[in-house]
Design a protein around this ligand. Sequence first.
Ligand code: ADP
Ligand code: MG
Length: 492
Amino acid sequence: MVDSRFPSLNARVQAVSDALGGAFREGPDWVSYHALNAECLYVTPSVRPWMHASDLVGRSFAAWPMLDEERARWASAWLEVVTGRAVGRLVWRHDVVGSARWVESVLLPDEWRGQLVGVMVWHRDVTDRQKRESALEASVERLQLAYGLARSGYWELDVTTRRLTWSQEVFDIWEMEPEHFAATYDAFLETVVQEDRPLVEQAVSRAMHTHTYELEYRIRTGRGHIRFVRSVGRYHEHGAGRGVLFGAVQDVTAQKESELALAASRELLARSDKLAAVGQLAAGIAHEIRNPLTALRGFIDLMYQRARSNNRRYLEIMRGEVSRMEAIVSELLRLARPDRPQFQQLDLVDLVQEVVAFMSAQALLHGVDIQYEPRAATIKVQGDANQLKQVFINLMRNGIEAMQPGGVLRVALWQEGGAARVQISDEGSGMSPDALARIGEPFFTTKEQGTGLGVMVSKRMVADHGGDLLIESEVGRGTTVMVLLPVANGDA
Ligand code: ADP
Ligand code: MG
C-alpha cells in the first residue's frame, strides 16, 4: 500500500488534485502526479482523450504505451529528478494504435517538509510543432541533395560561437577532409586568399544588417590549388546579436578562368585591330609619298646635269637620300599588301634548308642546336614559299622556346606515299594533355610574351595547302610536330 510507505503521499495527491483539478479541466496542458516508484497516482481531467487516463493511472510510465527507446529516455529524465532533484524535460512519442502523438513533458520534484515525496509532470501535445520540425529537417535534407546535384555545398555559420558547419560538397571544393579541419570561422578565413579576406569579413558583417550575403572570393585548397568560389547566403537572427548565417557555395573557377581568357583575347583582338589600322594608314601614306618622291628624284637628276661640280656633291647626297626613302616606301607597301598566296612549284628540301639557316641565329641565342636531316635530295610541292616558310619558322621557334640551353631541335624530311613529311622534334618541356587539347586555339599561350597565334596560323596555312599538321607531346620529354603536304605530281 502506498499509504504505509509514504504516510503523507495520499494527502499530497489529494492536495494536488484539489489544486489542479479545477484549473486543468480542459487542454491543452495536463498534469500527472507520480509516486517515487514512478507509479502514476493522478492525472488532471484535461488529459488528452487519446492518452486514456485508464492507461496511465495506477501504472508506471514504463508501462505507458510508447516505444522502448522512448522508455529509456523517460528513465533517464526520471533519474535526474529523483536523484538530482533537478527539472527533467523530454519530448517523446506516445504510440497508440493507428496514430502517434508527440508529447513534451516537464518533470518537477515535489518536496514536502524537505523530503522528496513525488514527481509532478506537466505534459503538452507538441505533435504539430514536431511535424513542422521534421518537415523542415526533410526539406533541409532535400535542399542538401539539391546542392549536391548542383555541385554546390551548404554551409552554416553560428555568428555567436563562430562555429561552422559544412556539407560534404564544401569539403570537396576545398579539397579537405572533415576530420582535418577545425570547423571555425577563423580556420575558414585562413583558407581564403589573403587579399580577399577583408572582402569576406565585410560581407559577413554587412549580412548581419542587410540579412543577405553574396560574394566571390579565392581560396587555397587543402592540396594548394587556387579556386574561385561564389557564395550566397542569408542571415537569420534569433535574438539580439545571436543568429546564423547560412547559404550555398559553388566552385566557379572554370567559369572565372574562361571569363578572364575572354577578356584577354578581346584585348588582343582590339590590339590587332589597332595594328591593322596603323598598317593601312602607313600604306596610304606610303602611296601618297611615292609620287612626290618620283618628282623630286626627276628634278634632282635634271639639276645634276646642269650643276657645277661644287653643287653636284650635294645633289649626289640628295639623290642617295631620296633613293633610301623610295626603298623604305616600297618595303612598307610590300608589307601592307594583303598576303594572297602565290602557289608555285617548290623544292621543300631547299625551302626547309633556308628556314633552318634563318633560325640558327635564334637557336644560338637560346643555346640550342638545330640538326637538319633531309632524307631525300629533292621533294616537290605546290605552295606559297612565304607561307610555308612562315609555318616552319613558327614551329621551329616554338621548339626552340620550349627547350633549355643544350637542347637539340631535330628537323627531318622525307617522302612517304603521296605526302611530304617534315618532322620537327624538340627535347623541351612538352605539353600536358590539357594544353595539347587547346593548342591551336586562337590566343592559347603559356608564354608571358606569347601571342598564341603561331600554331593557329600554321595550321590554317597548312590546311590551305591541302596538308595536315599533327602534334605529339609528352610532359618533360618533348614535342614532335609533323607537317604533311601533298607531293606535286606530273611535270615535277
Ligand atoms: P605562342 O608561341 O605565342 O605562345 P603558339 O600558338 O605558337 O603561341 O603556341 C601556343 C602554345 O602552345 C605555347 O604557348 C606553348 O604553351 C604550346 N607549345 C607550342 N609548341 C610547343 C612546343 N614545341 N613545346 C611545348 N609547348 C609548345
Ligand atoms: Mg609560338
